[in-house]
Design a protein around this ligand. Structure first.
Ligand SMILES: CC(C)(COP(=O)(O)OP(=O)(O)OC[C@H]1O[C@@H](n2cnc3c(N)ncnc32)[C@H](O)[C@@H]1OP(=O)(O)O)[C@@H](O)C(=O)NCCC(=O)NCCS
Length: 251
């Protein structure tokens, strides 16, 4: 049904019929991460309206609406399409080295059913960090509110492959016990080799013990709690700041 791709697409798998690329989780072989699909909006709406998920997620409203899910999926599709177009072009040019890209083309976690169908069970996103206040020369410990806009723009403007880029990652996958595997797979199979991720920050809301534990299990270090960095649905919330850095020699 699918083959492990070579060249520019490695280590993505490609479904033979649909040509959809995917990553297979390292430990849960029946779980795959794919681009968004046209039919995902309803399932995403249901997932986000679960109290144990919306409580900790930066969604605009509760309840979360189908149209919001569709818009969110459209931005994910755009990211995926840009990366896939770049891979396609590099492959067509027979570029000898794998190119660097600015995103992971697969962000949606699915459980493959015994009959071959898939159920959407969560998402995972690894993107450049846009919380400029944490990106100063002494960041994230020294928070620079006044320069947050410039610092954000500087991080976004760094050239692909620059080890100074600060990235962020988040996952949602309530209670299935696979988020650690998803972070590990996306980071090591794609983030480090194909996006040049060397440093990540994560910002789970205070009280989100599951997310803190998830990041600690994924090799992040807990740095501190920050009082006023996040405004979620109009309410100021404390966040915990955790950091991950690539060990020397791991790349
Ligand atoms: C946080 C979240 C992604 C964890 O997903 P998960 O699939 O349960 O994660 P894992 O099973 O890999 O768990 C990692 C560890 O955290 C623990 N854990 C998970 N939820 C927990 C909770 N609510 N309280 C305490 N520990 C928790 C797990 O037991 C596991 O530790 P263990 O291996 O010692 O048992 C999931 O609960 C979720 O989607 N929450 C809502 C969205 C969210 O908070 N996303 C993070 C945004 S930064």
């Amino acid at each position: 049904m699918s083959i492990l791709a070579g060249g520019q697409y490695y280590p993505l798998w490609i479904h033979r019929q649909t040509e959809e690329p995917f990553l297979r989780l390292k430990n849960h072989k029946n779980i795959i991460v794919t681009p968004p699909r046209e039919t995902d909006a309803a399932a995403l709406t249901t997932l986000m309206n679960h109290p144990l998920v919306y409580e900790w997620s930066d969604i605009p409203t509760i309840p979360y609406h189908l149209v919001q899910a569709a818009e969110y999926l459209a931005t994910s599709k755009e990211r995926s399409d840009v990366v896939r177009a770049a891979l396609r072009e590099a492959q067509a040019q027979s570029r000898p080295e794998q190119i660097m890209v600015d995103a992971c083309p697969v962000e949606w976690i699915r459980e493959v059913q015994p009959g071959g169908g898939c159920v959407l069970i969560g998402g995972i996103e690894c993107k450049r960090c846009t919380r400029g206040e944490f990106l100063g020369p002494q960041g994230p410990k020294v928070i620079e509110w006044e320069h947050r806009d410039e610092l954000r723009e500087e991080n976004l403007a760094l050239e692909l492959g620059d080890p100074e880029i600060v990235w962020t990652i988040k996952a949602s996958h309530h209670g299935k016990g696979i988020a650690t595997d998803a972070i590990n797979t996306v980071l090591h199979d794609w983030g480090i080799p194909r996006m040049g991720v060397r440093r990540l920050l994560a910002f789970p809301l205070e009280g989100n013990h599951g997310a803190v534990k998830l990041f600690l299990k994924s090799g992040f270090e807990f740095l501190f709690g920050c009082s006023d960095s996040s405004v979620m649905r109009g309410i100021r919330r404390r966040v915990n700041v955790l950091e991950w850095r690539l060990d020397d020699g791991e790349a």
